[in-house]
Design a protein around this ligand. Sequence first.
Ligand SMILES: Cc1cc2nc3c(=O)[nH]c(=O)nc-3n(C[C@H](O)[C@H](O)[C@H](O)COP(=O)(O)OP(=O)(O)OC[C@H]3O[C@@H](n4cnc5c(N)ncnc54)[C@H](O)[C@@H]3O)c2cc1C
Length: 313
Amino acid sequence: MHKTVIIGTGPAGLTAAIYLARANMEPLVIEGWQPGGQLTTTTEIENFPGFPEGILGSELMSNMRKQAQRFGATFRNGSVKSVDFSKRPYTLDVEGIGEIQAESVIISTGASAKYLGIPGEQENIGRGVSTCATCDGFFFRNKKLIIVGGGDSAMEEAVFLTRFASEVTVVNRRDELRASKIMQDRARANEKISWNLNKTPLEIVPGEMGLKGLKVLNNATGEEEFVEADGVFITIGHTPNTKFLGGQIDTDEQGYIIVKPGTSETNIPGVFACGDVQDRQYRQAITAAGSGCMAALDAERFLEAQSHDAVHA
Ligand SMILES: Cc1cc2nc3c(=O)[nH]c(=O)nc-3n(C[C@H](O)[C@H](O)[C@H](O)COP(=O)(O)OP(=O)(O)OC[C@H]3O[C@@H](n4cnc5c(N)ncnc54)[C@H](O)[C@@H]3O)c2cc1C
């Protein structure tokens, strides 16, 4: 039986682990299929406060893990397959470990960016391929960029990237964009943005330094074409990692966990959510870490209230 089990080891889960460990709550942390979370898939992080020269994503996460371990957090490999939140203590079925029982649970399983699944994509993440304009736009001063996608986020990121890039080309599989009219109008009014619509991305082509560009299929002519670019931003959405919850926690229509505003509380008492798994808007390391702190403090207060009630029952 554990007082608190934290699911996930990105900035949200590890910050929660640091706070709970320092509060003597001996949290158990389940690492999941991606120990250290999304930041381990990138290189330099330049916007996490406290590192004026920047820090490698893997190093930042390894530091957070060591900090949590130093105060007594325990880590176990494995992914949570399913949960039973129908009665307390709550039960988690963890691959490779078996059933674990917990008085409270913090869910910090993140949201995975959707990728195109084309050659040249995965191997060039952090080397010209990105899913986050806020994170990586700064690295592309006076460079040519491509945005793949046609929704509101794609339009927003295209406009944002024109602050740095010499030119931004929007590539979209269909002729029509999914984005709202107001977002499309904003992007269309920007002289640095050009449009390559009705084109299916086929392959991201690396160069000697960075990328060469994107090979696309012109859906109208059936011909292959090449769009030159130093960077390709893929903005086709995110999938929150909430499937294993089996519908026991309230989520929005995209699967993001709904928390009570201003807290990390879910619809189940003693189950808290933090980081990208409950944040469709910001999805940054620092916001994930901040909400991890909130979840730890919420869990601590919840357990405190439980033991007080038990003593005075
Ligand atoms: C390439 C890239 C570059 C980025 N660059 C920046 C940047 O420069 N600055 C910035 O602020 N943000 C950046 N981000 C965004 C940032 O990485 C995320 O906002 C942040 O990692 C979210 O943290 P999190 O803790 O919510 O989740 P994540 O980091 O996504 O971690 C999720 C954790 O949950 C675990 N997990 C998932 N499912 C299960 C399960 N069923 N059981 C157990 N564990 C599970 C995973 O193993 C993982 O450890 C970048 C993201 C990417 C992809």
